[in-house]
Design a protein around this ligand. Structure first.
Ligand code: BG6
Length: 429
């Protein structure tokens, strides 16, 4: 079936850095049915120039056009519908690569102009609301015109190759599946650290902060993959329900077990001398699922840190003091798995050392970018890598107590020096 892909915000940062390069790969290498790209923009766009800037050549030029319209004008969407001229053997993917306020307005206009038939799918970028109440509102508003099965909410962390691999590693290895519980696991740590600062995204970041930007979606989704029951026979279609069940079991966050901080220099960058927006969060959660009784899950994220890494560390319980085992799932970079083992040091003496058992993808291995995966899956109507409305709400529900306390209390924001390590930030006050 031919796909027409409508991209709102085709000249924007996400589109030029991620979407167009991803489309270039998909169209170039995989056996996906034909795709026609229709960019939507307020102003005239030179397609050749846009592609040149984004992917370095004109490879997509034959299948790309740009439709110029006033996005805030309802009548323009009727003109858009005529221009798309969707036939019954085609599907339309609407990619909303625009700020959330514009996205919800565009959804209304699309619905009013009848661009919401059963062969229309809509792809949203996070953030899905800024708290529980606003997420409920956005979800309800979208539901006026689009059924849940037409809605694809992107959390690109779910689509990372190693995040998908959690399902295979947990389900397909007796070594892990037998010990995946509180009897054997002492704690789980999830880290998403970046060395970059907010990089000129002040306008967005001042409305977001680390809790909304990374914890609410990316890290909560990775956590749910770690805690959920693996669907029988790896039925990927069951993943959203399995993740939701895990999220629903999490206890509301305890503000006493959370730290927030802002890197030194953020206020200048954000041009807001009084900004209370956090660029670092470390928080602990627990689950009421008996399988995870008393196991703490620590979620930590920060910008301007000493390194870029996303990883999950599973710390196993010791039955006596010298034991140590840790499983590390390296989501990025250097995607792979490490197991720390206690071993005898070679030599005449009876000395010991910790060694690592490591699995790495070959350096030249082709790991598709998360955006390639989400576009391919949306085309093929596979929803396992997308967040359901209920998952979004369950995650906000867990974070709500933290948001409430932080809104009212401006004494708990710490400051840290750029390029700090996590332990440095936690030490600083
Ligand atoms: C985005 C956040 O969702 O994820 C950014 O808005 C963050 O602030 C980015 O930098 C990190 O993504 P990745 O794939 O580079 O880890």
């Amino acid at each position: 079936m031919k796909t027409k892909l409508l991209i709102f915000g085709i000249t924007g940062d996400l589109s030029t850095r991620k979407l167009l390069p991803a489309l270039n790969k998909i169209i170039g290498v995989s056996n996906v049915d034909p795709i026609e790209i229709i960019g939507v923009s307020r102003r005239d766009v030179d397609v050749q120039e846009l592609l040149q800037q984004s992917i370095g050549d004109n490879a997509l030029a034959r299948q790309t056009t740009v439709f110029t319209m006033d996005l805030a004008e309802a009548s323009e969407y009727h003109r858009l519908r005529k221009a798309i001229s969707l036939t019954s053997d085609e599907q339309l993917l609407v990619y909303l690569s625009v700020p959330p306020q514009s996205a919800t307005q565009i959804v209304d206009f699309l619905g009013e102009a009848d661009i919401n038939g059963s062969n229309v799918k809509i792809l949203f970028e996070k953030p899905f609301g800024v708290d529980l109440a606003s997420a409920e509102e956005v979800i309800a508003r979208t539901a006026r015109y689009f059924k849940e099965e037409q809605i694809y909410r992107i959390d690109h962390y779910l689509a990372k190759e190693m995040a998908q691999n959690i399902v295979a590693l947990r389900g397909g290895n007796a070594l892990f599946s037998h010990v995946w519980n509180s009897t054997a696991i002492e704690s789980i740590e999830l880290l998403a650290l970046e060395s970059l600062t907010i990089e000129g995204r002040a306008q967005f970041y001042e409305q977001a902060g680390a809790l909304r930007d990374v914890i609410q979606g990316h890290l909560m989704q990775l956590l749910s993959l770690m805690l959920m029951d693996i669907p029988a026979e790896y039925d990927w279609d069951q993943l959203p329900a399995a993740r939701l069940a895990a999220l629903a079991q999490l206890k509301p966050a305890d503000p006493e077990k959370a730290v927030r901080a802002q890197y030194d220099g953020y206020r200048n960058e954000a041009n807001n001398a009084r900004s209370m927006v956090e660029t670092f969060v470390s928080m602990q959660l627990t689950s009421q699922d008996p399988r995870w009784k008393d196991v703490p899950f620590t979620l930590t994220t920060g910008k301007a840190m000493d390194r870029k890494t996303t990883e999950i560390r599973v710390n196993f319980r010791k039955f006596h003091d010298t034991q140590r085992n840790r499983l590390i799932l390296r989501i990025q970079p250097n995607e792979g798995v490490e197991i720390e083992l206690f071993t005898k040091k070679p030599g005449y003496e009876r000395e010991f050392e910790t060694r690592k058992l490591t699995f790495n993808y070959a350096e030249d291995a082709l790991l598709p970018d998360a955006y390639e995966q989400v576009i391919v899956d949306a085309i093929k109507s596979r929803k396992s890598l997308f967040t359901s409305g209920d998952e979004v709400l369950a995650s906000w529900r867990v974070l709500q107590p933290l948001q409430r306390v932080w809104e009212m209390d401006d004494t708990t924001l710490r400051t840290y020096t750029v390029q700090s390590s996590v332990s440095d930030v936690l030490k600083e006050s």
